[in-house]
Design a protein around this ligand. Structure first.
Ligand code: NAD
Ligand code: TYD
Length: 347
């Protein structure tokens, strides 16, 4: 029996993690704490929202009183912390929101866990982070768990700061923690401001697909359900005090990825090949745009037996089909209507 607090469970990755834990572990109680920002959407969880072992709690991880009340009331044993501001372009426009949620919110959760868990055993604070904390690679090499931190965007700086606080609480107060740093995820429920869902949505609407700079930047893509499986494996088999890199062994230049996505969209929409590629539009580059991310995920493979199970072609096709079947979801999130779902169901 475990009481598990998942933060940010209404977001993209969080919703897949919540579903996996609710369905796979009926003996656990799963609490989903989410502020429902623009990126949080309870429609992501309609299929499991009435499960007996699931409770949604609307709130801010920065609210110290609320978080300590949740720990007291629900006797939390495990925290899986995903709540964050997650989009690099937004962090360039408004870094403060990233400091508030990603740094101060994480420290607030750490303080609460530290106070609540004094003298107890079998507790875990699991912090979900990104490979972007390691900075940017040139054409060669990979990020390993011992690569020095060198964050370059306000987003990655805020995630690096939160990782450092988690490690510092482990060292100073012996808080039992694990951190994982994952590469770019894609899949259902991804908010259409990130490259893949933005491109799918724009192709659907016949709008330009903005490719920053020359499209030469490289990302390592992982299907979101494979990330949720890795998180499950780490909760159950990970070593306290360790960090694990999670990646897809799947590097793509943005322009090559977009061309492949265009071809898949053309096939699924019944367009002649090449139709969607006409929408590709090269635009001004992102400020301080990291050139390349690539994860060496051998530690988690060797020590915990995890590796990606979904190929990129298969994952992209599943993703495209999900968005084409869920056009209402896309229309709702792009118009902001999804917030009404919360009001109707939760008051
Ligand atoms: P997301 O933006 O889709 O979802 C974030 C969720 O957190 C939303 O539901 C939002 O409402 C909630 N939230 C934001 N601020 C909050 C606050 N102050 N209090 C409570 N809830 C709040 O993000 P995502 O892409 O699902 O990322 C989840 C986590 O995984 C983040 O910590 C991110 O840094 C990390 N991560 C993401 C990726 C990726 O490719 N998306 C890769 C590696 C790591
Ligand atoms: P994004 O999905 O924002 O993730 P991250 O910046 O965390 O890697 O962007 C992925 C890559 O795609 C990144 O190199 C920036 C680029 N990009 C575009 O070329 N056009 C876009 O409209 C967006 C959102 C991103």
């Amino acid at each position: 029996m475990k009481n598990v607090l998942i933060t940010g469970g209404a977001g993209f990755i969080g919703s897949h993690v919540v579903r996996r834990f609710v369905v796979s572990y009926p003996q656990y109680k799963i609490f989903n704490l989410d502020k429902l920002t623009y990126a949080g959407n309870l429609q992501n969880l309609v299929d499991i929202e009435n499960s007996e072992n699931y409770t949604f709690l609307k709130g801010d991880i920065c609210d110290a009183d609320l978080v300590s009340e949740i720990f007291d009331l629900h006797r939390i044993d495990v925290v899986i912390h995903l709540a964050a501001e997650s989009h690099v372009d937004r962090s360039i426009r408004n870094p403060n929101a990233f400091v508030e949620t990603n740094v101060l919110g994480t420290v607030n959760l750490l303080n609460t866990a530290r106070n609540a868990w004094k003298g107890s055993h079998n507790k875990l604070f699991y912090h979900i982070s990104t490979d972007e904390v390691y900075g940017s690679l040139g054409a060669e090499g990979f990020f390993t768990e011992s690569t020095p931190y060198d964050p370059k965007s306000p987003y990655s700086a805020s995630k690096a700061a939160s990782d450092h606080f988690v490690k510092a609480y482990g060292n100073t107060y012996k808080l039992p923690f694990i951190i994982s740093n994952c590469s770019n995820n894609y899949g259902p429920n991804h908010f259409p401001e990130k490259l893949i869902p933005l491109a799918i949505n724009n192709i659907r609407n016949g709008e330009p697909i903005p490719v920053y700079g020359k499209g030469e930047n490289v990302r390592d893509w992982l299907y979101v359900e494979d990330h949720a499986i890795a998180i499950d494996v780490i909760v159950h088999k990970g070593e306290i005090g360790e960090t694990y890199n999670i990646g897809g062994f799947n590097e793509w230049k943005n322009i090559d990825l977009i061309r492949l996505l265009c071809d898949i969209m053309d096939q699924e929409l019944g367009n002649s090949v090449g139709t969607s590629q006409e929408l590709i539009t090269f635009v001004k580059d992102r400020a301080g745009h990291d050139l390349r991310y690539a994860i060496d995920a051998m530690k988690i493979k060797k020590e915990l037996g995890w590796e990606p199970s979904v190929t990129f072609e298969e994952g992209l096709r599943k993703t495209v089909n999900w968005y084409l079947k869920n056009e209402e979801w896309l229309d709702n999130v792009t118009s902001g209507n999804y917030q009404k779902y919360y009001e109707q169901h939760y008051g």
